[in-house]
Design a protein around this ligand. Structure first.
Ligand code: GAP
Length: 483
């Protein structure tokens, strides 16, 4: 596939394209919207479905060592006790003395800046130091994260001062049944992972598979994030694609490396550019409570590098914790070596929404043509929501009949859209903006003279004329040129 030379710097351009073209809408918009909650429109739902299906194909169906699962969102509250989420799934929070607004302590940076008049201390809310620096116009003399500040009088981004940090649990609570008391409390899952641990025995016994093997699922997770933002990057309701790979304690490190490389290759295969991807190993002090080692796959978003996926070595932490609390033995007997152990787990944990956002940012492109700026999404054809658009040059009866036949023929094989509204130029632009790789144009010559149609290539805008009898083969060849 021809590489995109454009780098999206202004996220708002994508947000506005997404709204205009039915990719992503603000949720409940007619009521003024709900902050940081988004709905996928008719085009976006196809893109997201394609991303999820491609993940499922690579991580589950193409392999013989991974099983799928679709577990409930509501689980027994002891699941969250054993996993550690009830005690330690929290963010330290600081509050502004003026407005009462709360911030994640690790998302506040204290800066000394030099303005024309004076040097002053300010604070900036950002997910990392680079993003904080980008938000400041004045000369920066120093920058430190809030938790390294010695002062007890730190300024808030809102104008007041910031309180001391307090811990805030990120799980959403709700109640089973009509009584709202603590015995009825359940939680919306904050990760899909735990269902794979509590179903380990069920899958092991029903599949009769030997270790190593994995269990994968996709689904919604919920976190009451204090500072959601950057479009769909951090939201309170989001979808995850996670896999727990159970292996022997001797093989954990080699499998960890394997899944890091496998995941990175997956993102590249579907079009993310090398230069926008990196692997970042977690420092010891940022490891989650369950992890012996974690590496993130990060993408260079318009605002800064951001995590797409964490691949963790969860050791035997979860299976042992669930064994202890439930009283069920979750160990494994290795018949070949005649020994019993609790399996170690390697977990590639990817966000579906974040991956979609990265694919959109990477595909977004503006090109100067003679007449205008052409905006297009250079999506990999497997991710593109529509593969082919059939565009008759006019609504003439004969042309319509011919074009409808062409549409039926292609649509039985590829996701196809029929569009006969407005000028052909506008229709091309619409298809470019949703990333349709090929447009098939039907004109009067097609019907009256040569039984041929034109295929237009999204990225090069080159057009070729092909006989309609050979159209499917020609489309097949043209699509291959994108991957
Ligand atoms: N089971 C491990 C786990 O959940 P995580 O790093 O917290 O690990 C995995 O989450 C992935 O889920 C992240 O890399 C990210 O892509 C996605 N994710 C996490 N929180 C999110 C949020 N608030 N909004 C959107 N995606 C999120």
């Amino acid at each position: 596939m021809e590489k995109n030379n454009y780098k999206l710097k202004d996220l708002d351009k994508l947000v506005s394209l997404a709204k205009r073209r039915g990719i992503i809408f603000p949720s409940s918009e007619i009521y003024g919207g709900l902050a940081s909650v988004w709905d996928y429109g008719p085009v976006g739902v196809e893109i997201k479905r394609n991303v999820k299906n491609l993940w499922w194909k690579s991580f589950v169906t193409e392999r013989d060592d991974i099983f799928g699962l679709d577990a409930s969102i509501l689980m027994h509250p002891n699941v969250w006790k054993a996993s550690g989420h009830l005690d330690s799934f929290s963010d330290p929070l600081v509050e502004c003395s003026e407005t009462g607004k709360r911030y994640r302590e690790d998302h506040i940076f204290i800066l000394e800046v030099q303005t024309k008049k004076e040097n002053k201390i300010i604070s900036i809310e950002a997910s990392d130091e680079d993003e904080a620096k980008n938000k400041v116009k004045d000369k920066i003399l120093s920058i430190i994260p809030l938790n390294e500040s010695k002062s007890s009088n730190n300024p808030s981004p809102d104008g007041g001062t910031l309180s001391e940090p307090r811990n805030f649990n990120l799980m959403f609570k709700t109640f089973i049944g009509p009584v709202e008391d603590s015995s009825a409390t359940v939680y919306l899952r904050p990760e899909t992972a735990q269902a794979m641990f509590v179903n380990f025995l069920n899958v092991l016994n029903s599949s009769r598979k030997k270790i190593p093997f994995g269990i994968a699922q996709q689904g919604k997770s919920f976190r009451n994030e204090i500072t959601p933002g950057n479009f769909t990057f951090r939201t309170r309701e989001f979808e995850q694609m996670e896999m727990e790979f159970f292996c022997s304690p001797e093989e954990d490190e080699s499998w960890h490396d394997y899944w890091i490389n496998f995941s990175l290759d997956w993102f590249k295969k579907y079009g993310l550019r090398d230069e926008n991807l990196m692997i970042r190993k977690h420092d010891k002090n940022e490891l989650p409570h369950y992890s012996k080692a974690s590496s993130d796959i990060e993408y260079l978003f318009p605002w800064s590098w951001g995590e797409l996926e964490t691949i963790s070595n969860r050791t035997d932490y979860d299976l042992k914790a669930h064994s202890e609390l439930s009283g069920k033995d979750l160990s494994y007997f290795d018949q070949e070596n005649n020994n019993r152990y609790t399996p170690f787990v390697i977990e590639p944990a990817m966000g579906a929404d974040r991956s979609v956002l990265a694919f959109l940012c990477d595909a977004y492109c503006e090109e100067e043509t003679e007449k205008e700026t052409r905006t297009l999404l250079k999506l990999h054809p497997d991710i593109a929501p529509i593969k082919i658009a059939v565009l008759p040059l006019s609504r003439n009866e004969k042309l319509t009949e011919y074009s409808r036949n062409i549409f039926d023929k292609i649509n039985s094989i590829y996701e196809t859209q029929y569009d006969d509204t407005q000028s052909i130029g506008r229709r091309y632009r619409r298809q470019d903006e949703i990333g349709t790789p090929l447009c098939v144009t039907v004109d009067f010559e097609s019907v009256e003279e040569d039984n041929s149609v034109t295929i237009r290539h999204r990225d090069t805008m080159k057009q070729i004329r092909v006989n309609s009898d050979n159209l499917i083969e020609a489309i097949h060849d043209q699509l291959k040129s994108f991957s």
